[in-house]
Design a protein around this ligand. Structure first.
Ligand SMILES: *Cc1c(COP(=O)(O)O)cnc(C)c1O
Length: 816
């Protein structure tokens, strides 16, 4: 069971000043008021970061039932039945609390660090060890200054092993993590060649990471890397190193790679051994080596090691919202089903609504969690949530449900996944958010496949954490009081429906802007309540704009008069409008010369209220146009002065788009309009959109033959041609045919051969390792940037992003 601490004990553990005398038993911690499963037993930790003020969420957390708060200052209005634990630094106090909690355990604790592979090594260790010991592990990739304390908190009375990741981005951070985790065994995954942002050198970064191991009794690492070897040599404890060179603890002799597996020869304690790994890529092999080392260290036999390693699969750790059939949304994690990860997934399901109805499909919990108390606790949790129905698979759930009272929602129970699959048509899912979560042996991914909307295997991944990252990047470049308007026109530059707006609303941007009223309506229907400016309106849409509280851009006298007349007729007062001044774009807007006349008309009416005045820069990215840009800014500033003097009230002034935020600080005024930068469409930002497709067929074609329509590609050599499932109807431009474009698969680029077809494209994969139908292909993403693709077509990233057609399935990645 989870450990319980009373308020007075918590106060003592953190040397906090306690305000309020209510005695509450706390089992859970939360730093995010959206993610609380058991608010009444949760300590809400208010942490202010550059992104958001945790303190401002205290009232919200209270409304949800939280009664104990860790804070730096008291909220304006304190509640009588609440307890506030006040400390000088809430993050430090949280870390101190976790460290004190950790000190109560004497079981082994594995601390994992390194540049890549931390999460996968942790999950794989869990996978191979959880049959034998009760394990506490970091959820997802909670490895930061905040994530680590929350992870360590999951150690509980029955815990026999903890596996905790530690990630750092700056000097000095590892000391804090080390003192929280206090690992007994260290794993260093790999150094990686990523440049050492936040560090003077890669060497310094390595030394900082290595601090995690200062009190370990054993370290697992690959000493083929000379820098790692140098540090490992100084280690006084048990060095469990592996590599090709002599004198290591576990020596690699040879790796033989086949298309879908690899066989690895070892020498260990003067004997030869062989293991078969169920994958052949270097990263997976390397990650699995750390797992093998730990199993050997924990005295598993080679036979058991082979059995369990054979079960490993590359994991898709990310929680993703996918479009389902009949307007459903799916959140699918059919890889693991333990108590902690399930509670987290349920919290994710209950973030601001997509659909009103929510259904949950659950298998029995993974081994080691089959105590009925866990099931009862889950049922209690579900009772407090607005669940529409619960669908369970497995005998333990059936038993648990028989013993509990009648729940407030519909329940369907199945003994096996095959029975559920057969019953799917009768369950008729429609307009529901569906969480699917199951242990691997239940293969609930088959259920997910049935419920997914489009089976066409090309997906556009939208990485929501990257949106947050890019937003923060630009926020740092404007003065604190300057507002941010996020441009989400054209479905968020092609990214899809309301998910981006939802993420932006959570990060508290000030305004949204869309191109047409329909786009604004769709956002309102998805529960977006931020103010929304509509760039392009016409009288036919006034009705719907008023109904959905959308704010029009006013760009001409005709529009102004029509809007005014419409409002007067209906007795509408103070409708907020946004005045567009044309300072050089010559698209929409009042000419600078017309501003005095505009002022007169605005002064003569009461129905419209100028919320903002703005202009659009035409070439803010271009050094050669800087004089022109300065002139635009000057004209705009004059127009604003005139209007504000004449109107006698203030309004928001804005003119900077993405490029101007960085290049023209004098253009920031009161608000900036962030567009393409948000989506990672400019260099140096995190890519938000990643487009993937799959191979449909592979064939050998003789020299002299041609490929595709019009016989454009004549093969100069015997070739291997892979046909992939994307074409110009998906938004893959036809200009990319005949070697102009390339895609990425099996770690290499493969050029397009022949013309791009409507639904398919052919790649020359002759020089690649064997390609097979079903293989994943990156069209753009981590290896081929959207800038590359735009460059090949001689266009801008905007056009590529917004051109991805609606038939391409959008997948929203919530967490990396
Ligand atoms: C699209 C748009 C922007 C955003 O431009 P980016 O270059 O993508 O930052 C700003 N203002 C207006 C009026 C726009 O139409």
């Amino acid at each position: 069971m989870t450990a319980t601490y009373h308020t007075s004990v918590l106060a003592a553990m953190m040397q906090a000043t306690q305000h309020g005398s209510n005695d509450v038993a706390i089992r859970y911690l939360s730093v995010d008021s959206r993610r609380m499963a058991f608010p009444a037993e949760t300590l809400f930790v208010a942490i202010d970061t550059a992104q958001r003020s945790g303190h401002s969420f205290i009232p919200d957390a209270y409304l949800q039932g939280v009664r104990v708060f860790l804070c730096h200052h008291l909220p304006e209005k304190t509640m009588e039945d609440a307890v506030y634990l006040q400390v000088p630094d809430t993050l430090k106090a949280l870390q101190q609390l976790a460290a004190a909690h950790r000190r109560q355990f004497h079981c082994p604790v594995i601390g994992i660090t390194g540049s890549n592979g931390k999460t996968i090594v942790k999950e794989w260790l869990y996978e191979v060890l959880h049959h034998d010991v009760q394990i506490a592990r970091s959820p997802k990739s909670y490895n930061s200054q905040i994530g680590v304390p929350l992870s360590v908190w999951l150690m509980q009375a029955g815990t026999q092993l903890a596996i905790i990741e530690a990630g750092i981005s700056q000097r000095g951070e590892m000391q804090a993590l080390q003192s929280i985790i206090q690992p007994s065994v260290g794993i260093f995954t790999m150094l990686g060649d990523a440049h050492a942002e936040g560090f003077a050198s890669v060497q310094e970064k390595l030394q900082e990471k290595w601090r995690l191991f200062q009190n370990c009794t054993a370290i697992i690492c690959n000493t083929d890397d000379a820098a790692v070897a140098a540090l490992a040599k100084k280690f006084k404890g048990q060095l469990l190193n592996w590599g090709y060179h002599d004198g290591v603890w576990l020596q690699l002799l040879e790796i033989k790679k086949e298309p879908s597996f690899a066989t690895v020869d070892f020498q260990y304690e003067a004997a030869y051994h062989l293991l078969r790994f169920p994958f052949a890529d270097d990263a997976s092999i390397m990650n699995a080596m750390h797992v093998v080392c730990y199993m050997l260290y924990a005295r598993y036999s080679w036979e058991i090691i082979q059995q369990r390693i054979a079960q490993l699969r590359p994991l898709d750790m990310r929680m993703q919202w996918k479009k389902g059939i009949r307007h459903c949304n799916l959140l699918n994690d059919s890889y693991s089903n333990d108590f902690t990860s399930l509670v987290q997934a349920i919290e994710l399901l209950f973030q601001p609504s997509r659909n009103e109805q929510r259904s949950i499909v659950l298998s029995d919990l993974s081994v080691g969690n089959d105590n009925l108390a866990n099931y009862q606790q889950l049922l209690q949790l579900l009772q407090t949530k607005a669940i529409h129905r619960l669908i369970t698979v497995g005998p333990v759930w059936q038993q648990a449900l028989q013993q509990s009272g009648t729940p407030s929602f519909t329940v369907h129970t199945f003994m096996q996944t095959s029975e559920l699959l057969a019953a799917l048509p009768q369950l008729h899912f429609e307009r529901e958010d569906i969480l699917i979560k199951g242990g691997r042996q239940f293969a609930l991914e088959k259920v997910a496949q049935q419920l997914e909307a489009q089976q066409h295997q090309t997906v556009l991944e939208i990485h929501l954490p990257a949106v947050q990252h890019n937003l923060q990047f630009y926020k740092k470049h404007v003065q604190p009081g300057v507002k941010i308007m996020a441009m989400v026109k054209a479905s968020g530059y092609g990214s899809g429906d309301a998910e981006i707006a939802r993420a932006l609303q959570f990060s508290r941007v000030d305004y949204l802007a869309v191109a047409y009223p329909d786009e604004g309506v769709a956002l309102r229907q998805a529960g977006i309540h931020l103010p929304i400016m509509v760039l392009n309106t016409d009288p036919a849409s006034f009705d719907v704009m008023e109904q959905y509280n959308l704010e029009p851009e006013v760009y001409s006298f005709e529009l102004l008069q029509a809007l005014q007349a419409w409002c007067e007729q209906r007795g509408i007062q103070s409708w907020p409008v946004h005045i567009k001044v044309d300072t050089g774009m010559h698209r929409l807007g009042f000419a600078v010369e017309d501003v005095p006349m505009l002022l007169q008309l605005l002064q003569q009416q009461q129905v419209l209220q100028v919320r903002s005045v703005f202009t659009h820069l035409v070439a803010s990215e271009d050094v050669a146009a800087d004089a022109f840009t300065q002139e635009q800014i000057r004209l705009f500033s004059n127009a604003c002065s005139l209007l504000s003097a004449g109107l006698g009230y203030s309004f928001i002034q804005h003119c900077a788009n993405t490029a101007a935020i960085l290049r023209h600080p004098t253009a920031h005024f009161d608000m900036v309009r962030l567009g393409v930068g948000l989506y990672g469409g400019t260099p140096g930002l995190q890519p938000v959109m990643k487009l993937y497709t799959t191979v449909a067929q592979v064939k050998k074609v003789a020299a002299g033959e041609t490929v595709g329509y019009g016989r454009k590609a004549v093969l100069q050599r015997p070739s291997v041609i892979a046909t992939v499932r994307i074409g110009y109807a998906d938004g893959y431009p036809r200009q990319l045919g005949n070697g102009v474009g390339s895609m990425w698969l099996h770690g290499q680029t493969a050029p397009v051969v022949g013309n791009v077809c409507m639904d398919m494209t052919m790649l020359d994969v002759t020089d690649l390792p064997p390609v097979q139908p079903g293989d994943l292909v990156e069209v753009f993403g981590d290896h081929i940037s959207i800038q590359d693709v735009a460059g090949w077509c001689h266009t801008i990233t905007y056009e590529i992003m917004t051109g991805i057609s609606q038939r391409v399935k959008r997948v929203y990645v919530e967490a990396e």
